[in-house]
Design a protein around this ligand. Structure first.
Ligand code: G3H
Ligand code: 13P
Ligand code: ZN
Length: 318
């Protein structure tokens, strides 16, 4: 059942985080739904601009509609990840999405407010909620690359001002994470002090953590042992997800870790079976491994086991 993001946020706020997982194809969708039903967790499907272009946005929508029928127990929201203004309007118009993200974080504060507010006004007319971003994460997002030097943490006072000025429904705050597989050097922690300060100034307001993959060393090692050449990298400590959730992080975005599962499964499969050329056997292994990975993440986010409670409290998005 597709629900609004808002409903999920109201139930989860301050208790646990809802996993927001990016999907691009049918195999990811099957694994995601299976893993969430298996672990009894509500979830958010995220679709990036790149995912909409990969095959066709209608193909992804059809895959998700089919998965909804195959897994009638699933309760989830559909979200546009890192949208620009034009893509936000397209998603708002389509009626399929529960929420959109307008990412104008690379713009100066005033311009970010102006763009975000326009999207909020259009979305709210259709009952769709809006995630905005303030502060800058390092790493690569679509075609915009931010080097670590230019990445900057969200200023809590500006965050409170931004929320008020735009009327956005959730805020992606930069708290030290970055997108992709190369996040931290050595052990680094999230900036909990930023979350605490925002929570004081905007109590009850849902925050979003981007760049939340943990980039497990075991996964990187297996990929490299099967011919990959990924540099050593460290991601977010999974044990910091729940403490962040208690401070208002209600949506946690994970994409890279899922890509690592795909890469490991396929590299190992074709290394061990060099005469194989049917892509379905590794595809089946991937779906199973991806489902286990999702169930594991939901355990860390605290969303595992919440499905019955959520189902009793939500209604289908109109
Ligand atoms: O933050 C970006 C997400 O990981 C989506 O990545 O734009 O390559 O689909 P993508
Ligand atoms: P990762 O690259 O850490 O998986 O972050 C994904 C993300 O923030 C999607 O919006
Ligand atoms: Zn992101």
């Amino acid at each position: 059942m597709i629900v609004t993001t808002d409903q999920l946020f109201k139930i989860a706020y301050g208790k646990y985080a809802v996993g927001a997982y990016n999907i691009n194809n049918a195999e990811q969708a099957m694994g995601l739904f299976r893993g969430c039903v298996q672990s009894k967790a509500p979830f958010i499907i995220q679709i990036s601009k790149g995912a909409r272009k990969y095959t066709d946005k209608r193909m992804l929508e059809a895959i998700i509609r089919a998965a909804e029928e195959i897994f009638p127990e699933a309760v989830f929201a559909v979200h546009l990840d890192h949208g620009d203004e034009e893509t936000c309007y397209d998603c708002i118009k389509s009626g399929f999405y529960s929420s959109v993200m307008i990412d104008a974080s690379h713009e100066p504060f005033e311009k970010n407010v102006e763009i975000t507010k326009r999207v909020v006004d259009a979305a709210h007319k259709k009952g769709i909620s809006v995630e905005a971003e303030l502060g800058m994460l390092g790493g690569v997002e679509e075609d915009i690359k931010v080097d670590e030097g230019n990445a900057c943490l969200t200023d809590p006072k500006e965050a409170a001002q931004f929320i008020k000025a735009t009327g956005c429904d959730s805020l992606a705050a930069a708290i030290g994470t970055s997108h992709g597989a190369y996040k931290f050097k050595g052990h680094q922690s999230l900036h909990f002090e930023v979350l605490e300060a925002i929570k004081k100034l905007a109590p009850g307001f849902p925050l979003v953590m981007h760049g939340s993959s943990s980039v497990p060393k075991s996964e990187v090692d297996r990929i490299n042992a099967a011919g990959g050449k990924l540099a050593d990298a460290v991601g977010v400590d999974e044990n910091e997800y729940l403490p962040a959730a208690k401070l208002g992080v209600t949506k946690i975005n994970i994409d890279t870790d899922g890509r690592l599962v795909w890469t490991r499964v396929h590299r190992e499969f074709f290394r061990d079976k060099p005469t194989e050329f049917d892509f379905r056997p590794p595809g089946k292994i991937f779906i199973e491994e991806y489902a286990n990975f999702i169930a594991h993440k939901n355990g860390k986010l605290g969303s595992a086991g919440q499905l019955d409670d959520v189902r009793a409290k939500v209604s289908k998005k109109k």
